[in-house]
Design a protein around this ligand. Structure first.
Ligand SMILES: Cc1cc2nc3c(=O)[nH]c(=O)nc-3n(C[C@H](O)[C@H](O)[C@H](O)COP(=O)(O)OP(=O)(O)OC[C@H]3O[C@@H](n4cnc5c(N)ncnc54)[C@H](O)[C@@H]3O)c2cc1C
Length: 379
């Protein structure tokens, strides 16, 4: 690559960078993608791959629903190794208080066209017989699904390459700005626009953006086909995901096509090392066993960690980075916390609509990085 000029250089070949490269190339732009590692090696390799509609805010709902529908449209083109399964989510309610949340969620989703079904204890037991007895019920969201994120990222990058995109792996980007991407070997690549899609490391390349690393642990079991049939998440997960400080765990399990069970989830701030923290792991597995006692008898084959890119208002940063230097070349596509696999496709649409001046399908203001500049101004 000897100083070529592109319309857009995407830094980061995780699921978000991959989706952006795919969408940019689909709209006819000349694209290069650079990553210091392999495709899908960051949070994308660590994530669960749950494609889920969420409603912590109207903006979160809009982006997750838009993206879930884009995954549905794409599903027939996805290769087998992406392991897309529309297994649905069951939000599990432990008690009557959580059933109030089940009904609120059903009402919210129903008014916005998302099919759901309220489950009483008997219906819950018949759909998931390995959950403990005595649970109050749940909410089935049948259009949610699961996939294997690194292969999904590879598929999107390969599609961009088929349209002419250039991929450069195994080289770090040292600096971006003023239409230049400087690599650690000294090479410079010029482009009209540079997309910072390096997830939890985004502030290294764009100082001033508020991204914190939020560590998560996952465990995968040996093969136990049929033991879990849907993505199962306790409603208490929402409390865990909402917490802005402190460590938390929640029951969150996923059936893989292989028959393996992926067990999550944990959230930690201020733990920037990637080693497994055995006390968090024990807490997480104990929580899982409280809901599914049979998990205690299963063999696990691997445990790992990853870093979510968290923003203060829990929404991603998608759009131009407004800074005091007047540099208009930098766009952000980061800050997706625990929803970047789900929202990658919608992020790419929202980003590329801004780059190409196309009318977006959903209101984009909640995701614009300029909202954080306003927060600073009023702080
Ligand atoms: C435990 C866990 C469970 C999760 N479960 C889910 C889930 O079920 N559903 C869901 O939707 N989301 C989930 N997530 C979140 C999801 O994984 C992330 O939001 C998503 O993967 C972010 O993708 P990304 O492309 O922005 O970042 P990443 O995948 O982290 O990619 C960033 C890329 O940038 C590269 N990079 C970094 N710095 C540089 C540099 N200086 N130069 C060049 N390259 C660089 C890295 O090598 C990496 O490939 C989970 C996350 C975790 C940690």
């Amino acid at each position: 690559m000897s100083n070529p000029t592109y319309d857009v250089v995407v830094v980061g070949a995780g699921i978000v960078g991959a989706a952006c490269a795919d969408e940019l190339s689909r709209r006819g732009l000349r694209v290069a993608v650079v990553d210091r590692d392999v495709i899908g090696s960051g949070a994308t390799a660590a994530g669960m791959g749950h494609i889920v509609v969420m409603d912590d805010s109207d903006a979160q709902f809009a982006l997750t629903r838009y993206s879930q529908q884009l995954w549905q449209e794409l599903r027939h083109e996805l290769p087998d190794d992406v392991e897309f399964e529309q297994c649905g989510t069951i939000w599990v309610a432990a008690d009557e208080e959580e059933m109030i949340e089940v009904r609120r969620k059903q009402d919210y989703y129903g008014k916005r066209g998302v099919p759901t079904e309220v489950l009483d204890p008997t219906a819950l037991q018949s759909l998931e017989p390995n959950l403990r007895s005595g649970l109050a019920g749940g909410l089935l969201v049948p259009e949610d699904g699961v996939l294997y994120p690194p292969c999904a990222a590879r598929f999107l990058i390969e599609r961009a390459q088929q349209r002419g995109a250039t991929l450069r792996l195994d080289i770090s980007v040292a600096q971006i700005g003023l239409g230049q991407v400087r690599l650690t070997d000294g090479t410079e690549i010029s482009a009209k626009i540079i997309v910072n899609a390096v997830g939890a490391w985004a502030a290294d390349l764009t100082p001033g953006i508020e991204i914190k690393k939020r560590k998560g642990h996952l465990v995968i079991t040996d093969r136990y086909p049929g033991f879990v049939r849907h993505q199962l998440v306790e409603l208490g997960y929402l409390k865990s995901a909402h917490s802005v400080s402190g460590d938390s765990v929640a029951f969150n399990v996923q059936p893989r096509r292989t028959g393996q069970i992926l067990i999550g989830s944990s959230r930690q701030y201020g733990a920037d090392h990637k080693e497994v923290d055995s006390s968090m792991l024990v807490r997480m597995l104990q929580r899982a066993q409280e809901y599914m006692p049979g998990l205690a008898h299963m063999s696990t084959v691997r445990t790992w960690t990853g870093f979510r890119a968290a923003t203060p208002d829990k929404l991603p940063l998608i759009g131009p980075w407004v800074n005091t230097t007047g540099d208009k070349s930098i766009f952000l596509a980061t800050g997706h916390e625990g929803l970047g696999i789900t929202t990658s496709l919608a992020t790419a649409r929202v980003l590329v609509d801004q780059i190409t001046g196309t009318k977006p399908e959903i209101p984009i203001e909640p995701y614009l990085p300029s909202r954080t500049a306003k927060e600073y101004a009023h702080a």
